[in-house]
Design a binder for this molecule. Structure first.
Ligand SMILES: [Cu+2]
Length: 446
């Protein structure tokens, strides 16, 4: 533990004076454990300053307790079993029962005390990415403080001097521990609830794994050729939709702790980058986008007014990142006539199916037999057929009449008459002259 003089020096006068005196030894806070991979409802604050909580897609928020003026959290670094999608579980390392770890939420001006218990077989640390804090709390093993040995609990304690979106991850055996799934988000809400308020506030952590079909444990020495591109350790078709009420102001915070950049593209809207992990972007410095490149080791948050009802795709624009576990050594058979070859191969392997002569779309249609514990490369069914996606893909569902804390899937959008592409049969229906919804022209905030 630090003594009082070190605290004052390290905190540069930012610490809440008197906070230490009011806190008492209450024992370790209970460590909440999550056993479900579904999106949990926002966790409204029971004590301390009020804020509008975030929703972590296929994730959850870590509860806290107040000890005097200090917000106390308890993270447990441990091996976990995580369902990446229905039919595929991975043996990962994470926090409090899941990978990614729970989102931590607090308020600018809070002092936080985070107990970290290490149940891994090797030492670990937690680095608080983007935070302004004392050097000894920065979580770089060997540099800031010694690694947390297996079986031990360390305490991190610092003031949250600025609001924004931050991340946490180990800075100890970092390549292995991050390839195993250890990471989470840390949201610091503004002290002033009237500062850039939104109705819905989503968190997505971009991560990636290299897990051979039929196996359970990620390869940890992979550098860039990962085969599962995940949001909060989840792949399409089992990433939950972003459910939004018509007219909501929506923020989406996207952190990237993979080893490559991801251009996140959302259909149906233009939007503005309003926050990086360096801080909020003032209105006069924002510019419109429809795709935002999220650099490695960075966060971008964007906002939009949900004025266009519908089912809108949101995905990484690198097309191999919207595929599940993929063999990279498949030759291109487009244009090749495999009929003669098929006959010969079927003599030895009757179930052989020739594929790829007309492209790969047939992979989205078929029920191929897969090894245990993997998911199809191109999959998911929509109201009009196969979606042929995987990995980093979901749907923003903008609807009328969604309740304030309701994030449940409203089903598929029904396109109003005259607003859906159709087959031309020689005649045009009357409604074809102007079918844009009126919301395009109205209800935009300047
Ligand atoms: Cu990507």
């Amino acid at each position: 533990m630090m003594n009082r003089r070190q605290l004052l020096t390290a905190g540069a006068g930012l610490m809440a004076t008197g906070a230490m005196a009011k806190s008492q030894n209450m024992g370790l806070p209970e460590a909440a454990i999550m056993d479900s991979p579904s999106t949990q409802a926002p966790l409204r604050p029971q004590s301390g300053p009020d804020y509008n909580p975030v929703v972590t897609l296929n994730g959850w928020t870590l509860p806290y307790r107040m000890n005097g003026n200090i917000k106390e959290f308890h993270l447990i670094a441990e091996p976990v079993e995580r369902e990446l999608a229905d039919g595929m579980t991975a043996y990962l390392w994470g926090y409090n029962g899941q990978s990614t770890g729970p989102t931590i939420e607090a308020v600018e001006g809070d002092r936080v005390r985070i107990y970290v218990t290490n149940k891994l077989p090797e030492h670990t640390t937690v680095h608080w990415h983007g935070m302004i804090l004392p050097s000894g709390m920065d979580g770089v093993g060997g540099l800031s403080h010694p690694g947390i040995p297996p079986g031990k609990t360390f305490v991190y304690e610092f003031d949250l001097v600025k609001s924004g979106t931050f991340m946490y991850h180990p800075h100890a055996d970092e390549m292995v521990q991050m390839a195993m799934g250890m990471m989470g988000m840390f949201i610091v809400h503004p002290k002033d609830p009237a500062f850039m308020p939104v109705d819905r506030d989503f968190c997505i952590m971009l991560n990636a794994f290299d897990i051979d079909p039929g196996t359970y444990i990620p390869r940890v020495m992979t550098m860039t050729e990962f085969n599962l591109w995940t949001w909060n350790s989840r792949v399409f078709p089992d990433i939950d939709p972003l459910v939004v009420n018509h007219g909501d102001r929506v923020r989406v915070r996207v952190g990237n702790l993979t080893m490559t950049n991801h251009p996140i593209h959302m259909h149906g809207y233009d939007f503005e980058v309003t926050c990086t992990d360096g801080g909020w972007v003032p209105p006069e410095a924002r510019w419109p986008e429809v795709s935002i490149d999220i650099p490695v080791g960075a966060m971008r948050a964007y906002e939009f007014d949900a004025v266009h009802p519908g089912d809108w795709a949101i995905h990484c624009h690198k097309s191999h990142h919207t595929m599940n576990a993929m063999g990279h050594d498949v030759p291109n058979f487009i244009g090749a006539d495999k009929r003669a070859l098929t006959g010969m191969i079927r003599k030895h392997q009757p179930e052989y199916m020739p594929m790829g002569s007309n492209g790969m779309a047939e992979m989205g249609m078929m029920e191929m037999e897969l090894p245990d514990n993997t998911v199809p490369m191109m999959t998911g069914w929509g109201p009009h057929g196969p979606i042929e996606m995987g990995g980093m893909f979901s749907v923003v569902k903008v609807r009328e009449g969604i309740g304030a804390d309701d994030y449940s899937d409203p089903g598929w959008y029904e396109n109003p008459p005259g607003t859906e592409a159709y087959e031309w049969t020689g005649e045009l229906p009357e409604f074809s002259s102007n079918n844009n919804p009126k919301t395009v022209l109205t209800n935009r905030k300047a």
